[in-house]
Design a protein around this ligand. Structure first.
Ligand code: NAP
Length: 342
């Protein structure tokens, strides 16, 4: 890896799952890191979680919904990794609860970055901005694909990521002043969890281990490891020739039944509550009439979305680990932390 610049990098959303791994790696590689939390009251707890008492890590208070704090956080920085964005486990009442902070927040951070003279801006988008809205059947996606803003059946989270990435790219083209922009587009991020404050993406492994799902709907997603997503951000921060690029960060597409099978195979008795039976699509559709979570997956029934990460491998030399390891590490850490009772 190239030598870290003397100027700081701003990582937004320092309390987040992926941000934690990225910040630790940046510090280990010699960077000075600015990071944001909504309130500085969280600084001590986040430092404790990161297990870094490093003077090269500086905290700033900033909320995606407000202008305050972003200029101070970006001041003096040459690089930004913009990770903060709402990722709830449930479905909000109104889509704007996610769309507005994701889109307007990204524009706030971009504006602050341009005004501070930031050279490079890496935005954490998602395959949600690439691979949704096509319905049943097998589909293959690359960075050339976009989820339409009005994709049928898309959840507010999926829409928020597509709308935010598009808005960010439009803004950079219009007003970016030459800032080098690219996006990382991960699929579902799994891997070790180090606190009770874990990302919503890990909830699926938790629910499977707890037996919270009586049977498995015919849905799935690409899986990628949190350590590999952090590593890809690092590569995008320093690589030449990444202006305007998108980088899918994903391993293979896995149905819920494939993830359940990995847990059953690797975890022995700890996986005794993991279901193996499938639930017919008709039952999910019926449940969707009164259950918002079931409603959120109806449009995904029977869909297989292959998300091709060969661009990140070819351009950035990215070498992700086998995803079975990420699934097992997520499960073992949830058990070790007592988040899932044995
Ligand atoms: P996470 O742990 O939930 O982190 C989200 C971060 O965003 C938290 O630090 C959160 O702060 C912050 N945030 C949310 N709303 C905010 C607001 N209004 N103002 C300021 N900060 C706010 O999730 P993650 O998995 O690390 O996700 C990080 C990024 O990766 C997000 O952009 C997400 O969309 C993207 N991504 C995640 C996955 C995945 O499977 N995990 C997949 C693809 C893309 P608080 O702690 O204060 O809430």
């Amino acid at each position: 890896m190239p030598v870290a610049p003397k100027t700081p990098v701003l990582v937004t959303g320092g309390s987040g799952y992926i941000a934690g791994f990225l910040i630790r790696q940046l510090l280990a590689d010699g960077w000075t890191v600015h990071t944001t939390v909504r309130s500085l009251a969280r600084e001590a707890a986040v430092r404790r979680l990161l297990a870094v008492d490093d003077t090269r890590l500086k905290f700033f208070a900033a909320d995606l919904m407000h202008d305050a704090g972003w200029a101070e956080a970006a001041a003096g920085c040459s690089h930004v990794a913009h990770l903060a964005s709402p990722l709830p486990a449930g479905v909000p009442k109104h889509a704007d609860e996610l769309i507005v902070p994701a889109r307007d927040g990204a524009l706030r951070v971009l504006r602050a970055a341009r005004d501070a003279g930031v050279r490079r801006f890496v935005m954490t988008s998602s395959v949600a901005a690439i691979a949704y809205g096509r319905g049943r059947g097998e589909h293959h996606f690359t960075e050339a694909d976009w989820t339409p803003d009005d994709a049928r059946g898309a959840t507010p989270y999926i829409r928020s990521k597509a709308i935010a990435e598009r808005a960010a790219r439009d803004w950079v083209a219009r007003e970016g002043g030459g800032i080098e922009f690219c996006s990382i587009n991960p699929s579902v991020v799994l891997g070790p969890v180090w606190s009770r404050d874990y990302s919503a993406s890990v909830v699926i492994v938790k629910k499977l281990l707890q037996g919270a799902l009586p049977a498995l709907p015919d849905i799935g997603f690409g899986v990628v490891d949190v350590r590999d997503v952090a590593d890809l951000h690092l590569r995008a921060l320093v690589a030449p020739n990444m202006v305007g690029e998108r980088f899918i960060a994903s391993g293979p597409f896995m149905k819920l039944r494939d993830i359940a099978a990995v847990l059953k195979r690797e975890l022995g008795d700890d996986a005794r509550r993991v279901p193996t039976r499938g639930v017919p699509d008709a039952v999910v559709r019926l449940a969707a009439l009164f259950n918002p979570l079931a409603r959120a997956v109806v449009s995904e029934l029977g869909a297989v979305r292959h998300q091709d990460a060969s661009h990140a491998k070819a351009v950035l030399g990215w070498v992700p680990r086998p995803v079975d390891e990420s699934i097992v590490d997520a499960a073992r850490s949830l058990l070790a932390l007592g988040i899932v009772k044995r």
